[in-house]
Design a protein around this ligand. Sequence first.
Ligand SMILES: [Fe+2]
Length: 172
Amino acid sequence: MDMKIEGLQDLFEVELKYAYDCEQKLVDKGLPEMIEAAQSPQLRTALQQHLRETHGQLSRLDQVFSATGIERDTKGNAILKEIMSAAKDSASHIDQSPLRDAALIANGNQVEHYEIALYGTLVAFANQLGLQNVVSLLEQSLKEEKEADAKLNQLAQTINVSATQQSRSARV
Ligand SMILES: [Fe+2]
């Protein structure tokens, strides 16, 4: 279903449906697969925590659909699909190890940045459209995505060191 975009409200709807699609795919497959593929207990815990948050983000989007009267629907696009397929590659091309964890963190950062872009846009559009009743819901999810990104960066500091040592010892 291709709708004609005639105003900012339409753009808001499109981005909202991208976000709904994105969170659904992350809950159904994206995050569970990354958790399964990760080796570091700290990385697994962080991803599990974000999976719980993502359930909450989905229900916030449900609330946004209800509050705005926009039809609850998903709209798939290539961006998340590509990032998720890169995460699949990390799992299938690299043995379970700190090196794979480093790759999974890179994939995770890319997902978070896409979501930060989505929610940042949604917050700006909602503000402009005077949808004050949904701004704080969207802001809350935006904050969680930024925190998840920061947590991955923090974990990368030690995991990247282990990944470097791993590559060195593999060459000896
Ligand atoms: Fe999310």
